[in-house]
Design a protein around this ligand. Structure first.
Ligand SMILES: [Zn+2]
Ligand SMILES: [Zn+2]
Length: 276
């Protein structure tokens, strides 16, 4: 439970007036348990995966900026069917992981009380989380391809689609959702922050997964503005090559693929496409 139950009590402890954001947070969280606040993560995941894909579903009806333009258009009813197929499993697996990982979250010291983190602290921690997740999931993803048994039994499901679309981000074996969930928790374990930063991290990581599986490379895609950011085109190639793929394992950035030489096929493919 939070140690401060009222604004005057919190101001007395902090020795200063609360900001508007801190007052809102205190009023919302003062009578809620840390466990209840942590459970919000599953709700944010559900909202992120329920709201953001609809932008791509609408765009699918126009087919502009599609990375693989010859792939069959997905109707709105097909998209809804996909959503209803993948969502229950995803929420079941991720929701369970969220609920049982609470003791670990307590142990690593993710805080819920005031003061709220500064913008600098939030941005710094998010950068660290992205870097750790990217590096770790590169090797986990590479292992999912290198080990034949693991690929056949687990990762093959995610590769059923050679041309990804938003819901492929969720379309995976339950074991893969769990295995790739750990790199996402490693950053907060190493550099724990406020629960609001944790929620933001989980939401941004899922938005990134949706974007990279969208099958669209828009002029405003982050890959055009953030150095070494992989984006949809980078991961689309990984799916395009299919199960035998030994290219583009990174989840967020491209530097691991470059350093370890697992983007040679992709770079050659891009060069050929440019020449056409
Ligand atoms: Zn793969
Ligand atoms: Zn994928």
């Amino acid at each position: 439970m939070l140690p401060y139950k009222s604004v005057p009590a919190a101001e007395a402890v902090l020795g200063r007036a609360l900001t508007a954001g801190e007052t809102i947070w205190l009023n919302y969280s003062a009578d809620k348990s840390d466990y209840f606040l942590y459970c919000h993560t599953t709700v944010f995941l559900f909202l992120t995966f329920s709201i953001s894909p609809f932008f791509y579903i609408l765009f699918e009806q126009f087919q502009t900026y599609k990375i693989q333009p010859k792939v069959k258009k997905l109707s709105i009813s097909d998209s809804l069917r996909c959503y209803l197929n993948v969502m229950p499993m995803f929420i079941l697996v991720v929701g369970s992981l969220q609920l049982i990982s609470y003791p670990a979250i307590q142990m690593i010291g993710i805080r819920t009380k005031l003061p709220l983190p500064s913008i600098g602290e939030v941005v710094g921690q998010l950068v660290v989380y992205f870097a750790i997740e990217d590096y770790t999931s590169y090797w986990v993803h590479r292992f999912l391809h290198c080990n034949k048994w693991v690929y056949e039994k687990i990762h093959r499901i995610h590769h059923e689609y050679n041309a990804p679309f938003v819901f492929v981000a969720l379309y995976a074996h339950w074991a893969e959702i769990l295995i790739l969930g750990f790199p996402s928790l490693l950053g907060p374990a190493i550099a724990p922050g406020h629960i609001i930063t944790f929620w933001l991290w989980i939401a941004l990581r899922q938005l990134e997964a949706i974007e990279t599986h969208s099958g669209y490379e828009f002029p405003w895609s982050p890959a055009k503005y953030i150095p070494f950011y992989g984006g949809a085109e980078h991961h689309d190639y990984h799916h395009y090559v299919g199960g035998e793929s030994y290219s583009n394992f990174s989840s967020v950035f491209t530097y691991c693929d470059y350093i370890y030489g697992t983007d040679k096929g992709y770079r050659y493919h891009k060069k050929i496409r440019k020449q056409r």
